[in-house]
Design a protein around this ligand. Structure first.
Ligand code: ADP
Ligand code: MG
Length: 397
């Protein structure tokens, strides 16, 4: 991973002086060099994904082991190999590992073992930047704890808050949620954050950026003393070092294959729209390739996401869209339809860039250059997951 990243901040296109109105009203253009989006995949496949170490070697509770094996996990991934043991020992951790490398189980398995030791007094809080990611983490927790009588619930915006207190009336070992809703429940005194023993910030660099840090600080202050704090992401923001240090107590730092940031299993290419040719037609043409089976198409704006989904459907390419203006029910339905293959294309804003794990996404397409390298890394990380090969195509012009 390159920690001295350049170009992470968009540069305004107006340089003062005689800028005409049309130009100032235009959406900012990414200034990232198109060359950054070209890279042949060096697929190391399952080899780079899995280690030789088997879950049997970890001395987990028999039922947990059984659930892990039932999910088809045989050997640990690299991040799992490096983090599970120190987490079982109770250490704090900051872990950086590529998209799709199994970070969720890396933090959930130790949480489950701690919870089993003292289920009445154990609470882990997992905080995520998006609702979909929160739901997905709880789903993984449920599958790993099947038959264990450990309980979890997810608290996210866009859902009826009046149904949350009932969920909190029973002892929950794992609470997953997005910051706004968690704070809301804490304000209403139905969620007692002081009981949290383990705090996880998934996608922590996002959780600590300007959009979330205020809420996260509030949550952290209300939690107060805790046993463990875990930070997981694929990317690291050097400017956050102080914040990170303030959250962690004598942490273990794990950085897996700190190379380029992007996952080697993803083949990355760019497309330049020939002059006089319509960009949408070029996009549409791509779908003649039957290999473009399950595609996430990223756009910078919600409006464009709506428009592209509509136009693709009109062209007979089954598409749906996901962005912040859609109801949570709609968003969930789109993810389900995308997973099941009812729709071939999910047109998305960055709300779907982080954490979302849909099996076998064949391609990620950026309809415009993303504004930052981190946004790019996370977006294309929706493909090439779990040791599979993926493709990323970025429109540049
Ligand atoms: P990350 O958070 O690093 O992006 P995830 O935790 O979402 O990655 O995991 C990516 C995919 O890999 C998921 O589909 C998950 O079920 C799968 N996975 C995780 N651990 C293993 C393992 N040990 N063996 C096989 N597959 C795994
Ligand atoms: Mg993740």
């Amino acid at each position: 991973m390159n920690f001295t990243r350049k170009n992470t901040k968009p540069i305004a296109n107006s340089r003062g002086g005689n800028v005409d109105r049309r130009q100032t009203q235009k959406k900012k253009e990414s200034t990232l060099d198109p060359k950054l989006f070209e890279k042949k995949a060096k697929p190391s496949g399952q080899q780079g994904f899995r280690t030789e170490k088997s879950f049997e070697d970890l001395q987990l509770s028999p039922k947990v082991l059984q659930n892990i094996l039932a999910k088809g996990y045989q050997t640990l991934t690299t991040i799992q190999e490096q983090s599970i043991v120190p987490l079982l020992e109770g250490r704090d951790m900051m872990a950086i590992s590529k998209t799709g490398s199994g970070k969720t189980a890396a933090f959930l398995i130790p949480i489950i073992e701690h919870a089993l030791k003292d289920p009445k007094n154990y609470t882990a809080l997992v905080v995520t930047p998006t609702r979909e990611l929160a739901l997905q983490i709880e789903e993984e927790f449920k599958s790993l704890t099947s038959g264990l009588q450990l309980y979890s619930a997810t608290f996210i915006g866009g859902t009826n808050i009046n149904s949350d207190p009932a969920k909190l009336s029973r002892k929950l070992q794992v609470i997953v949620g997005t910051p706004g809703r968690l704070l809301d429940l804490s304000d209403r005194k139905v969620l007692d954050l002081r009981k949290v023993n383990t705090l996880v910030l998934d996608e922590f660099d996002r959780m600590l950026d300007m959009g979330f840090v205020h809420d996260v600080n509030k949550l952290v202050n209300r939690i107060g003393t805790r046993n463990q704090t875990l930070l997981f992401s694929a990317t690291l923001e050097p400017a956050q070092k102080k914040l990170i240090d303030g959250l962690l107590n004598n942490p273990v730092e794990v950085k897996v294959d700190s190379g380029s940031g992007t996952n080697e299993n993803i083949e990355q290419q760019t497309i330049r729209v020939p002059e006089g040719k319509d960009k949408f037609e070029v996009l549409e043409g791509l779908f003649q390739d039957p290999e473009m089976e399950k595609v996430i198409l990223f756009t910078e704006t919600k409006r464009l996401a709506d428009r592209l989904a509509k136009k693709l459907n009109q062209s007979g390419i089954k598409s749906g869209q996901i962005h912040g203006d859609k109801s949570q029910n709609f968003r969930n339905r789109m993810i389900d339809e995308f997973k099941s293959g009812t729709i071939r294309v999910l047109v998305a804003t960055d709300v779907a860039a982080r954490g979302i794990d849909v099996a076998d996404v064949s391609h990620v397409i950026n309809y415009q250059r993303p504004m930052t390298m981190d946004a790019y890394i996370h977006r294309i990380g929706r493909t090439g997951r779990a040791g599979k090969v993926g493709h990323a195509i970025t429109f540049v012009n």
